[in-house]
Design a protein around this ligand. Structure first.
Ligand SMILES: Cc1cc2nc3c(=O)[nH]c(=O)nc-3n(C[C@H](O)[C@H](O)[C@H](O)COP(=O)(O)OP(=O)(O)OC[C@H]3O[C@@H](n4cnc5c(N)ncnc54)[C@H](O)[C@@H]3O)c2cc1C
Length: 408
């Protein structure tokens, strides 16, 4: 029995459990895997993620790990160096293997008072009226709870049991990563190749990346965008090997790519039924991934933090119902940015658009600096400059045109 049950100990669930614990709530964090556990990811941390990790007290942990100045964007005959803009956020990003990062965030949750269980797969919910009264696990155990936070990732088995629907008519990600030894593992820039070509030389609607980890290895990966109408017809493992071979000389790779792993990614809040009377979905399970760069660690950390604060502020009110409150909060924080970003992501999947506009964008340091800022979710509510105003205006217009706005 617990007041708050959190299912899934990725960045979202561990952040939620940590902030619940810090708010004095009785919280239990349960995961299907045994920690430390790996998961497919590029391991890239934007300044916004760094700020959330700092709030969790992980700055000392990040010291001495890979730190980067910004993005080296390459493609269509150009190479641009785009520093992180700074402003209200740190002026550096980072990268840390998820095997280590997720265990560290989970440890913060434990240190903040959360109890934890591992190797327990949640299977279904137990309902009492319109409320979840407990969660049933694969081993037959039931844990009772007053409130539930679902943070079980992109597939979200428990979310599905609660009626969560992922709309694949909206752009989603298909991505693969691996690790490889590199003599440039301490390069101070993360690199993205925006002209990603398949084995036959065809241009794909995605990008390849090399994220230095500072430990003798880099995270190398490829990701493409897809929709129901335009599925990604690509062999990801083959593409990953092909891309790594293309980068071998530049990055001074040694040996083969190890631990290749691919996954699908819901994006831009393209998920409905994200909350009920006493439960909420956070992180990937709520589709909180940036449609333009596939970033989700920060959104997981942030939505975990938000959900914990919401629970802490409403725990005294047993009649509190989150069914509309939670999607509204998500909409306030991410709605306009997700709406415009996923509209642009949808356009990128249209054949001929990328080959036409990609080279134009890459010729302009100014346009790409703006792109990095909007793609990296680096416009904060406090920003009032022209780019921020235009982006927010476009977002407000876009959401009005949405047949199905984010989180609905
Ligand atoms: C190839 C790839 C590259 C990416 N690169 C980046 C990047 O560079 N930077 C970035 O910010 N984001 C990146 N992302 C996105 C990022 O990995 C996710 O957005 C992020 O992990 C979301 O965190 P989460 O806590 O919501 O989910 P997860 O990290 O997936 O955690 C979910 C947890 O739930 C547990 N779980 C699942 N089902 C159950 C169950 N039934 N019962 C109990 N526990 C369960 C799992 O074991 C897991 O520990 C990438 C994604 C992919 C696929």
């Amino acid at each position: 029995m617990t007041d708050v049950l959190v299912i899934g100990a990725g960045p979202a669930g561990s952040s939620a459990a940590a902030w619940c614990g810090r708010n004095g709530l009785d919280v239990l964090l349960v995961d299907a895997e045994e920690f430390p556990r790996d998961k497919p990811c590029g391991d890239g941390l934007t300044p916004r993620a760094i700020a959330e990790l700092d709030g969790l007290g992980l700055s000392p942990w990040l010291e001495g790990r890979a730190r980067n100045k910004g993005l080296r964007a390459a493609g269509f005959g150009q190479e641009l160096y785009l520093p992180w803009p700074g402003g209200n956020l740190p002026n550096y990003g980072g990268a840390a293997p998820r095997l280590e990062l997720d265990a560290a965030i989970r440890q913060v949750a434990i240190d903040s008072g959360a109890r934890v269980l591992e190797s327990m797969r949640a299977k279904d919910v137990v309902m009492e009226g319109n409320k979840v009264s407990g969660v049933l696990f694969a081993d037959g155990t039931t844990i009772s709870c007053k409130r539930l936070i679902v943070a079980d990732g992109a597939k979200s088995q428990l979310g599905r049991a609660l009626g969560r629907t992922w709309h694949r008519s909206t752009a989603y990600g298909v991505a693969a990563r691996g690790y490889i030894k590199s003599h440039r593992s301490d390069d101070p820039w993360i690199s993205s190749h925006l002209e990603l070509r398949g084995e036959q030389g065809e241009l794909l609607s995605g990008y390849g990346w090399v994220f230095p980890l500072g430990d003798g290895e880099v995270n190398v990966g490829v990701g493409t965008l897809a929709t129901n109408k335009r599925p990604a017809d690509v062999n990801l493992r083959g593409l990953l090997t092909h891309y790594a071979d293309q980068q071998r000389e530049t990055w001074e790779f040694e040996g083969d790519v190890r631990a290749p792993w691919s996954a699908l990614l819901p994006m831009g809040g393209a998920v409905s039924n994200v909350a009920g009377a006493n439960w909420v979905l956070i992180g990937d399970s709520a589709g909180c991934v940036n449609p333009l760069n596939g970033e989700g660690i920060d959104y997981g950390l942030e939505t975990g933090h938000l959900a914990a604060n919401l629970f802490a502020n409403t725990i005294v009110n047993p009649a509190m119902d989150y069914t509309t409150v939670w999607p509204q909060q998500l909409l306030t924080h991410y709605g306009t940015a997700f709406s415009i970003a996923r509209r642009l992501a949808g356009l990128i999947t249209v054949p001929k658009l990328l080959p036409t506009f990609g080279p134009i964008g890459m010729r302009s340091q100014f346009l790409m600096t703006v792109a990095l800022r909007v793609m990296g979710n680096l416009i904060t509510p406090e920003d009032k400059d022209i780019t921020a105003r235009l982006w927010n205006f476009a977002g407000r217009r876009s959401i009005k045109l949405d047949e199905r706005p984010p989180f609905s």
